[in-house]
Design a protein around this ligand. Structure first.
Ligand SMILES: C[S@@+](CC[C@H](N)C(=O)[O-])C[C@H]1O[C@@H](n2cnc3c(N)ncnc32)[C@H](O)[C@@H]1O
Length: 520
């Protein structure tokens, strides 16, 4: 039989758990009282096997445990587990006849847009009586929810989950739901990749004591699957936040910033700028064209606006003279040129006129002209985000935020740039942004607007500003953050002790996100 490709594996979520990880997941949940273990997406049964081995290694352990599992595509080679009962079934349809003591799972991480409409509807229907989960939920979320239904009172779940459990918007209600039903929640965030065939970074979640609201929630970060990192207690408020981030250096980051930064004269970014997401066309593949594609259909020059479409286009503190490779096309109401007519007809054949954003437009292809923003800020980044000024009349697609200043002088706008690059803002972004398993940091407008900034009326040293910009251009973003921080700390009179704590916290959080290793 041919081995499945990585694409096929992603579609079906087939990434088997390496033995060490399986053992780390199962061992803490198997005890003398365990009578039954179930895996809803058991693959070749390796999590059940790890549970079996954990039960055997416990001294004086005699109880007979029943092991069972289901999988939509049971492989031919299965681990031998004596009497284990493995059934071929979609877990969402599966109705086991008993409740279980322990449910172990590494559910399929299939992304919501890869689920068929029918599959999503089935998942929604099956879990609606427990919790109304968002349509944008990935498959694993339905698995976690449905698993709880098959648990006896006092039972436990051990799950290998993606990082989005801690930061996706659809995961927040699920986290709250779990905290209302499990007395102890422990999460271990693993750095690095632990699978042979995917780089997706994962977390281990142990949920204990089903039927009782949580009295203990903890998070730990570790490089090593087996090492017990220091468990950081998480309050139920922090657990219910958009992103769950454990404090660092013994500090709650939010409180620390409030006490030491906002009290020193910093204000929220929204006081100085209105933040809007980039232009929403509803069909960027049709309205945002490369220069050559625009030439091909003979788009007139006054119909085009240069548009930024990727955070990779941020190279300097200004877009002065920058010529983006993409153009936003404002088609006229009644085009005469044949090339344009046939292009619009091709859009209609693709049913673009029926899309949600097209329908209110008259005609469907006529985009509203919007005011050019004063500056841009990336939505998703892997590295240090910063604000770049728009001196070239650019627009941006919805992968880049647009900032419209509220009466800022040129000098104040530069202070704003420096402040957003400085360590307090960067720390805020790392703590409040959504972090994904591939190390991407996503900054929603609602988060960006709360960033701490210092907008001074003092003249900003041109030399210092140029130095920061040259570091950005040279790709030395850490050094640029250090230079910006120095300027901001001095102006706000931040104590060296506070500066040092901020720098250490920022480094910790950046290391956690990058997966290059955690510091305890
Ligand atoms: C990430 S693998 C984990 C397998 C095994 N539990 C392990 O840890 O090695 C996910 C498994 O989910 C199965 N699967 C995908 N969709 C499923 C569904 N709707 N119901 C049950 N199993 C499913 C896949 O066939 C695959 O074996």
């Amino acid at each position: 039989m041919r081995k499945p490709s990585t694409r096929q594996k992603q579609r079906n979520g087939v990434f088997y758990t390496p033995e060490l990880l399986a053992r780390a997941l199962a061992t803490p949940l198997i005890n003398r009282g365990t009578r039954s273990v179930f895996d809803p997406s058991c693959g070749d049964g390796r999590l059940l096997h790890a549970a079996y081995r954990a039960s055997r290694s416990r001294q004086g352990f005699r109880s007979a445990i029943s092991f069972s599992g289901c999988d939509r595509a049971l492989p031919h080679t299965k681990r031998t587990l004596g009497t284990a009962k493995l059934v071929r079934s979609d877990f969402i349809d599966y109705r086991p006849s008993t409740l279980f003591d322990v449910i172990l799972m590494n559910p399929p991480f299939v992304r919501h847009h890869r689920l068929s409409r029918a599959q999503r509807a089935k998942c929604q229907a099956e879990t609606a009586s427990l919790l109304k989960v968002k349509q944008t939920s990935d498959l694993w979320a339905y698995f976690v929810l449905k698993a709880a239904r098959h648990l006896r009172n006092g039972g436990s779940i051990g799950a290998i989950l993606p990082w989005s459990f801690l930061s996706a918007d659809y995961a927040k209600p699920l986290r709250i739901w779990l905290a209302e039903r499990f007395s102890e929640i422990r999460v271990k965030v693993l750095s690095g990749s632990h699978f042979d065939d995917t780089k997706e970074r994962v977390i281990i979640v142990w949920l204990k004591g089903y039927g009782t609201p949580a009295s203990k929630i903890s998070l730990e970060y570790s490089d090593d699957i087996h090492a017990t990192g220091s468990k950081i207690p998480i309050s139920s408020k922090d657990w219910a936040a958009d992103t769950v981030v454990a404090g660092t250096q013994g500090q709650n980051i939010q409180k620390f910033l409030k006490r030491n930064i906002f009290s020193a004269g910093f204000t929220h970014l929204e006081n100085h700028a209105k933040i809007r997401i980039g232009v929403v066309t509803g069909a960027n593949e049709f309205f945002v064209l490369s220069r050559s594609a625009a030439r091909r259909i003979a788009v007139q020059s006054d119909w085009r606006s240069p548009i930024l479409s990727s955070a990779r286009e941020f190279h300097a503190l200004h877009f002065n003279g920058y010529r983006p490779p993409s153009l936003l096309i404002h088609f006229p109401k009644d085009p005469q040129k044949e090339s344009i007519k046939s292009y619009l007809a091709s859009g209609k054949r693709k049913k673009l006129h029926l899309r949600t954003h097209s329908q209110p437009r008259k005609p469907w292809f006529r985009l509203r002209r919007e005011a050019c923003p004063n500056a841009f800020f990336p939505y998703r980044v892997t590295d240090t985000p910063f604000m770049a000024l728009n001196d070239s009349g650019l627009q941006s697609t919805n992968s880049i935020h647009r900032l419209y200043f509220k009466n800022l002088t040129t000098n104040q706008a530069k202070w704003l740039q420096v402040a957003l690059l400085a360590a307090p803002s960067q720390l805020f972004f790392e703590a409040r942004g959504r972090i994904y398993g591939n190390g991407i940091l996503k900054l929603e407008p609602g988060i960006l607007k709360r960033a701490p900034v210092l907008v001074s009326s003092k003249p900003l040293s041109i030399k210092a500003y140029r130095k920061i910009e040259s570091l950005i251009i040279a790709g030395k973003r850490q050094a640029a953050v250090a230079a910006a921080s120095q300027l901001i700390y001095k102006t706000a009179g931040i104590q060296p002790r506070i500066q040092a704590t901020i720098d250490r916290m920022l480094l910790d959080l950046k290391l956690r996100r990058s997966g290059r290793g955690f510091r305890s």
